[in-house]
Structures are given as C-alpha cells and as structure tokens.
Design a protein around this ligand. Structure first.
Ligand code: FMN
Length: 325
C-alpha cells in the first residue's frame, strides 16, 4: 500500500508558518489571519498534556478548537511526562490536526519548573521516551519539535543530532538561547550549522528557521542563504496582520477596512469564547488593526477603557461615523 504523504512533505517549499503563541494564536486569531493573508501552516498555542488528560480536561480541550479553513494546522503539546504525552497524543489523534509538535523551547519559568519546554533540552532519556510516546499515541500523525539554541547558547549540535536521529519530520529553531529571551541578535549562523548537520546525516527532516523575521522578503533571503526548508513568523503578526500577503502594503489599508477587521475580530472572539475568556484579553489585538493613521493611539486608548462588547462596538461605530463614512 502507498504510504500517506504527510503535511511536511506535501507543502510547497519554502514553508511559511505562523508561530505558535500562547494567548495569541487561538482559533479566533487564526481565522482572522485567514482573512488578512494565510500562511502555509498554522500551529495552535501550546497545550499542556497533563491538562488534556486530567479531570478538568474540558477547559483545556477548548484550546483545541479550530475550523476547517485553518488547516493545515499542527497541534503543539507541552509537558514532561511520557505517559501523559502518550495519552494526549492518543486523544487528539483523530481530531483532524495535521501533525503534533512537541515544545522543547519554552523559556517561561513556570513551564521550565515543571521540567517541560526548554527544560527538556539535553534530557536525552526523557525526550527519547516522549518522542516514542507521541508516535505510539498518534501513529497516523507526523511529529515535529520546536527548540531554542540551548539554555545559554552552548553547543547544541550533539543534542540536535540526537533529535534528528529519532525520525522526526520537522524541526523548528528559534535562533536564540533561553537566556537571550526574545530580543537581541538571532544566531542564524547556528541554524545554518543545524542544516549542515541534517545534510551530513543524509536526512530529509524539514528545518524551519524562526526569530524576529519582519516580512516575507526577509524570510525568503534567510531560506536561500541557509538552505532552510521554511521560516516561521510570530510577533510581527501583532504589528502587521497582512504580513503573509506580500501583495498588501499595510500602509495602504484603509481606516474603514481596519475598523471592519477589528469589529469582526471582536464579534468572533465573543461568539467563540463567550464568557469562558476574559474580554480584556482582546486588548492585545487592538494595535494590530488600529495603527498607522492619525488618531490611532487615541482611539486605542479609548477602546482600552471599554470592558464590554457593546461599548467597544458602539465606540468603533461612532468613530467610523465621525471619521470615515
Ligand atoms: C506571547 C508569546 C507566546 C508564545 N507562545 C509559544 C508557544 O505556545 N509555543 C512555542 O513553541 N513558542 C511560543 N512562543 C515563541 C514563538 O513561537 C516564537 O518562537 C518567538 O516569538 C520568536 O519568533 P518571532 O520573533 O517571529 O516572534 C511565544 C512567543 C510569544 C511572544
């Protein structure tokens, strides 16, 4: 029988992905990005394996929500216990995701204190068990891993060599160490070394580069320089939701269009999450749409003070009447 081609092989290269971002890339944001310019591949926010398999799993399972048009979509799991990785992978194996990604790069203290995320770096025995557990739990799905460049920018090639030996389909590297956090130089040279290592091992594992990429052009240049198979963009989406569509110049997007999109985002958020998510969580998305026009900052400030959908929508309606219609 012909083996099924997995999503990592199927997608045209270079693969352009939206980064998984906790508190940001839920189904609502992903659906909005489908309207402003869809990447080749979406990831969910990271989802905790222990939570998914605990008694309170209903709450955690909400994080798995998605609509068909968000596909292809990779579910990212985090945890430290191979048994719960197995249970979680088994649970989600027929939910319609296109793959499972294992988070081995999260630098958050509370995650690392649980021996998860970046705390898994260099934990050879546990990681071997985790990879095997996910494969066993979801044998139908390709497995990928997302990492950073170690805890302190140490030599991570032996560690990456170990990961690549485990027949994973893809590896995403955020080109900073845990200590470096989210700012400062991205060590693209080290990502290049990982590509060379992969090639020297005669493997076809997909390698995706990540770190402060601002636009598609920059991503394509890096791919070419390093012979990567793709790139991933994260935070830029909060400044420019049109980042995945290079036919759109964000400076040319009209105020009317921006207001439309924000109103759609608010309505979809409330429809999707109702009272299960705090309305205030929406505030981080205001800059996405409301920037680059006179009075944007003032409008954002006024919106920040509204704590209900009705008041926010009314404010936007009035603003549109006074400034656009
Ligand atoms: C608010 C926020 C939440 C994040 N959540 C996750 C996550 O759930 N899983 C993950 O692998 N990385 C997470 N990251 C890291 C991003 O996926 C990405 O690696 C990082 O932001 C660097 O890419 P960028 O410079 O394009 O944003 C998060 C980053 C931010 C800023």
């Amino acid at each position: 029988m012909k083996e099924k081609v997995n999503i990592w092989q199927k997608l045209k290269k270079p693969i352009i992905a939206l980064a998984p971002m906790e508190g940001v890339t839920d189904t609502v944001l992903r659906q909005m990005i489908c309207k402003t310019g869809k990447p080749d591949l979406f990831f969910t926010e990271f989802v905790n394996c222990d939570g998914l398999t605990s008694e309170g799993r209903d709450v955690v399972q909400r994080r798995l929500k998605f609509e068909k048009h968000e596909k292809p979509l990779i579910l990212q799991l985090w945890g430290s216990n191979p048994d719960t990785f197995y249970e979680a992978a088994k649970l989600v194996s027929d939910f319609g995701f296109d793959g499972i990604d294992i988070n081995m790069g999260c630098p958050q203290k509370d995650v690392m204190q649980h021996q998860a995320g970046a705390a898994l770096i260099d934990k050879y025995d546990t990681v071997k068990e985790i990879i095997a557990a996910v494969k066993k739990g979801a044998p139908n799905l390709p497995i990928s891993i997302k990492i950073r460049l170690g805890i302190k920018n140490n030599n991570i090639l032996p560690w990456v060599n170990f990961l690549l030996e485990h027949q994973i389909q893809a590896l995403t590297i955020h080109g900073r160490s845990v200590k470096e956090g989210f700012s400062g130089l991205v060590h693209w040279d080290k990502i290049g070394e990982i590509v060379k290592l992969r090639d020297s091992m005669n493997l076809n594992t997909i390698i995706i580069g990540n770190g402060s990429i601002k636009n598609l052009g920059q991503g394509f240049d890096i791919v070419k320089q390093l012979n990567l198979n793709g790139f991933m963009i994260g935070r830029e989406i909060l400044r420019n939701p049109w980042v995945f569509d290079d036919c759109i110049n964000p400076n040319m997007v009209t105020l009317g269009k921006r207001l439309d999109l924000l109103q759609k985002h608010i309505l979809l958020y409330v429809k999707t999450w109702g009272k299960t998510k705090n309305f205030a969580n929406l505030r981080k998305f205001y800059t996405m749409y409301l920037s680059g026009f006179p009075g944007a900052s003032n409008l954002r400030q006024q919106l920040m003070q509204q704590n209900s959908i009705e008041k926010s929508m009314q404010l936007l309606k009035n603003y549109r009447k006074e400034n656009y219609d």
